[in-house]
Design a protein. Sequence first.
Length: 505
Amino acid sequence: MTSGSVEAAARLTVGDLFEEQVALRPHAPAVQSPQGDWTYAQLGDQVLRLAGWLQAQGVRRGDRVAILSENRREFALTLLAAARVGAIVACMNWRQEPAELSHCIALVTPRLALVSPRHARHRSLFGDIPVMPLGEPFDAALAAAQPPAAAAPVEPEDGLYILYTSGTTGKPKAALISHRALLARSAVAAMDGGARRGSTFIAWPPMFHMASADNVLVTLVGGGKVVVMDGLQVEALCDAGEREDNVGWFVLMPGMIDKVLDEYRRRGTRPQPVDSVGCMADLVPRPQIAEVTRLFGGPFRNTFGSTETGPAPGSGGRVPVGVVPTDLAKNQSALCRVRLVDEEGEDVAPGQPGELLLRGPTLFSGYWGMPEATAEAFAGGWFHTGDVFTRQADGRLQFVDRRKYLIKSGGENIYPAEIEQLLLASPRIADAAVVRRPDARWGEVPVAFVAARDASLTADEVLALCRGQIAGYKLPREVRFIADQDLPRSTTGKIVRAELEALLR
């Protein structure tokens, strides 16, 4: 037996696994969407046709295919067809402004683009790049297309898709996810209880985001069903919650949980039980966690991951049903190694904050077109996450904050998340964010923005939640009350601190 035959037998890609599911369960539902439903056999046929069409357009292994679209079944189809031919799907963020989109297009130099009618106004941004409109022209092209004559040579390290993540310079970076990374993410999710083979995934988060892109593929290579929704539509999402009886992870982002709770209260109904619900527990008011787990009959995901790392470094934690958590430390993910280091790159002592460095197969393959940023991120053979954690005595990881978002006050480092967690533990507070404000004496001081659940809550009472729990220099110097709906949020539900800082100027 030669080394080459061993390597060939060990080689596995996303396209291989999906093809296996088509053979094993041809009549099982694969995708349900507003554009129509596909069984595995029907989706498999469309994948082969699109793969053939892409090759006929000159798309080859390693070429990029851009897609600018709301959530549609063609998005999942494109990911699988690209996996078949070795192409890379650049998932464009339609929420970006034209200048940002132009940057993202130029960064990855796509061979061609697929654009939905809703975003046809942006076709000119692609310049001379061929654009195929989704809908009738796309359907007609597929109907006339022929499957590839032979399977393309695709390797596990080949790129699968690109997701855009914010950069320190303000311009998005293009994070490349490989077949290897996606399959490893699937394995880690299964090992840590985050994914169950054959379960249903409701894909309402934007498919240009990891929450949908990863999980759509993980579901389809595992024989499950993907329910495609055109973004967050609370009533439709609650309908799906009542209808679907095999949901694995019911995604709920911070800032939207209360809307789903309110809708079910209005209806007087409840969803089917789920394996788990929610995410980003650190950003969710603690009483809300208990309430939503009781409603869905499943634990809340106390996890931490990123576009670059997938479910790692903390994917196994769960808050039990009905529990108001007091401790949100994370269980370290399977298949990864973790270090916590200081600014000199030295390992910190237990209980001391340090930047989390990661090794593992779930990692992305670098930032497309940005070799310097990639080299910096992977310096020393570890991925530098930019997130600060402490390691508890029991081995769990406690999130502190982003390393690059520090409040430096009088020579002391203040991590906003430490203050926010105290505020979010109060049932009188719906949400909160702490930002920095320039100060002539201390350099910077913390300011708390609070969305009150109790209209009688005062600034003094907010500060009382922190006194005795954190050092005096960490206490907010000002408390500003703000309506929950006025808190600026990113596409993942995270509060955008820079926009709150602008209100202080």
